[in-house]
Design a binder for this molecule. Structure first.
Ligand code: 13P
Length: 294
C-alpha cells in the first residue's frame, strides 16, 4: 500500500528502527525493493533523484509502476523525491502524488534554507504530502566531506529550523557522505552529536550516504535515532553485481535473464539491509499505518 512517508517514519521513530530509502532507476530495482519489503514484512521508501528522473527513470513512467507494485503488497511503501531543489520539479512531484518530497536547501545560506523549506512544507502539506528537509550538509565521499565537521548539523540551529519550517523529517550531517568511500575506509560517525540531535528534536532523522557506512555504524545510528537511511550507490552495485555474476557463470546469457538476475540480487541485498536496520517483521500483523497520503 502506498502511504505517506511521514506515517512510515513516525512509526519508526516511535519504535526505534530504521527504514531503507532506496534510490531506484528501473523496474528491476523498484520491484526488487518492494518485493523484498513484502517478504521481510518491512516498510520501504522508493525514491528518485531529479537527475535520475531526467536521465532515465522518468517520473511519468516510474510513478504508475510504484503505485501498481505498492498496491500489490501488504506493507507500507512511500514514494519520495530525493534532493529536490527546483521549484517546478518539487511541485510536479507533489501534484503527481509522491507521498513525500525532500527539499534540499543545505547549500543555501541558513535563512534562505529556512524560507524555501517553509514554503515547500506549506505547499506539500496542503496536498497531503510530507516533507524532508536538510540542515548541515551531507557532501561527497570522494571529496572527503564526511570528515569536515563544519558541515555537520548544529542541534540548536536544527531546533530553530524545524520550528520555523514544519518539516516532518530532517536529514542530518553526522559523518557520512554520498557515494563510495576510498577503498577500505569506513566513515567515523559523530554519535554524540546524533544523541543531542535526537534529544533536542525527538523527530524522525535521516541519514544520507548510507552506502559503505558499515553494519556496526548503521546499527549504532539506528539505536541513536536515525529512522531513514538513504542508499543509492550500494543498491546500484547490487544490481550490477547480479548481472556480472550471471554473465560470469554463463557468458551467453540473454538480456531477459540478466535483468532477472539483477532484480534478484537487489532483492537479496535489500532483505539483508532491512534485517540490519531493524525494519524486518514490523508489519506482520498489518500494524495501523494511514493508507492516505496524510
Ligand atoms: P549513497 O549513494 O552514498 O548511498 O547516498 C545515497 C543518498 O544519500 C541519496 O540521497
Amino acid at each position: 500500500m502506498l502511504v505517506s512517508m511521514k506515517a512510515i517514519l513516525d512509526d519508526a521513530n516511535k519504535n526505534n528502527y530504521g527504514v531503507m530509502a532506496m534510490n531506484s532507476i528501473n523496474i528491476e530495482m523498484v520491484r526488487g525493493g518492494i518485493m523484498a519489503a513484502e517478504e521481510e514484512h518491512s516498510p520501504i521508501i522508493i525514491q528518485f533523484g531529479p537527475g535520475q528522473m531526467k536521465n532515465h527513470a522518468h517520473m511519468e513512467e516510474m510513478l504508475p509502476l510504484v503505485k501498481e507494485l505498492a498496491a500489490r503488497v501488504h506493507v507500507p511503501v512511500a514514494l519520495n523525491l530525493d534532493h529536490g531543489s527546483d521549484f517546478h520539479v518539487l511541485t510536479d512531484c507533489i501534484n503527481a502524488g509522491f507521498t513525500n518530497v525532500m527539499f534540499d536547501g543545505s547549500s543555501l545560506p541558513y535563512e534562505e534554507n529556512v524560507r524555501r523549506s517553509a514554503m515547500i512544507s506549506a505547499l506539500a502539506h496542503g496536498m497531503g504530502c510530507s516533507v524532508e528537509g536538510e540542515l548541515g550538509h551531507v557532501g561527497q565521499a570522494a571529496a572527503s566531506d564526511d570528515t569536515d565537521v563544519d558541515l555537520y548539523t548544529n542541534p540548536d540551529q536544527a531546533a530553530d529550523f524545524v520550528n520555523r519550517t514544519g518539516v516532518d523529517a530532517l536529514a542530518v550531517a553526522i559523518g557520512t557522505a554520498h557515494g563510495a568511500y576510498p577503498k577500505g575506509k569506513i566513515p567515523k560517525l559523530d554519535f554524540e552529536r546524533l544523541r543531542l540531535l535526537k534529544e533536542t528534536l525527538k523527530m524522525p532523522l535521516v541519514l544520507h550516504g548510507g552506502s559503505g557506512s558499515g553494519e556496526e555504524n548503521l546499527k549504532q545510528a539506528v539505536a541513536g535515532g536515525i529512522n531513514k537511511i538513504n542508499v543509492a550507490t550500494d543498491a546500484f552495485e547490487a544490481a550490477k553485481k547480479g548481472m556480472l555474476d550471471a554473465l560470469k557463470e554463463d557468458p551467453g546469457m540473454d538480456y531477459l535473464h540478466l535483468c532477472m538476475a539483477a532484480e534478484e540480487s537487489v532483492k537479496q541485498f535489500v532483505k539483508a539491509y532491512m534485517k540490519v536496520i531493524g525494519s524486518s517483521g514490523r508489519y506482520i500483523y498489518g500494524e495501523a499505518v494511514s493508507t492516505s497520503r496524510e
